[in-house]
Design a protein around this ligand. Structure first.
Ligand SMILES: [Fe+2]
Ligand SMILES: [Fe+2]
Length: 240
């Protein structure tokens, strides 16, 4: 469903009660997209929040599904503007919302810049939202930032995988079963946005063991299929 005609921002359900909000940016070279994911439950969660300048568009898209003021958590994988530039705007419109992140992000950045303290999840910690439950996974420097981590939603086996599998293009479909590793490798090679951590394989193996069925990418399409196999294929590609 398109929620803003001028920008082309849209919201689509990609797993049970998990919605992808996507804003295309055709003016960037090759086109690009910024996605946020909304988990609708007793404690609604938005992961990530989006750029500060995109806040009105993302709020409008959230409002198509739930009142934005009812958000309980606004999460981030790592501290960058596309993850959390709009954090204080969200905290202002949603009075019971808390920033949600890993322990390093809370310590290093979030508790300084956010208008309310963050709820930090420890590595492997699980938190119920209602029918959904999310587990935090620390992934330092994968693909970048010391504080980086992901949320895994256990009932739908959806990995909210941030910048992993970033695909260029402004008009990617909401969900695809087509190859996203090829396009994301093309993007990685051109942009060199991965750190050179030597722990990537161990971290990818650990996430693969959780058996994700949907990968909720921050840039490009979400993907459905054998997530473990795709994560292993990424680990291979990083070692080439
Ligand atoms: Fe990033
Ligand atoms: Fe990103």
């Amino acid at each position: 469903m398109i929620t803003n005609r001028q920008s082309g921002t849209r919201i689509d359900e990609i797993a049970d009660k998990i919605f992808r909000i996507s804003t295309p940016v055709p003016s960037m070279p090759g086109g690009f997209s910024f996605n946020q994911y909304l988990i609708v439950d007793d404690s609604p969660l938005l992961f990530h929040m989006g750029l500060r300048r995109m806040f009105p568009l993302v709020r409008e898209a959230v409002a198509a599904v739930i009142p934005p003021g009812t958000l309980r958590f606004v999460g981030l994988s790592h501290y960058e503007a596309d993850e959390c530039g709009s954090m204080n705007d969200w905290l202002a419109v949603a009075p019971s919302a808390e920033p949600l992140c890993g322990q390093v992000a809370k310590l290093v950045s979030v508790d300084d810049v956010a208008d309310r303290p963050a709820r930090a999840l420890a590595d492997g910690e699980t938190m119920p939202l209602g029918t959904h439950t999310v587990t935090w996974l620390d992934t330092p420097h994968l693909p970048h930032a010391w504080e980086c981590g992901y949320l895994f939603e256990n009932t739908t086996r959806t990995l909210l995988c941030g910048d992993l599998f970033t695909q260029g293009g402004a008009d990617c479909p909401p969900v695809t079963q087509a190859d996203i590793l090829g396009p994301s490798e093309k993007f990685r090679k051109a942009m060199d946005y991965f750190s050179h951590t030597t722990n990537a394989r161990a971290m990818l193996d650990r996430i693969a063991k959780m058996g994700p069925r949907t990968l909720a990418c921050m840039h490009g399409s979400a993907w459905r299929g054998d997530g473990a196999a795709l994560l292993q294929a990424l680990a291979e590609a990083l070692e080439e």
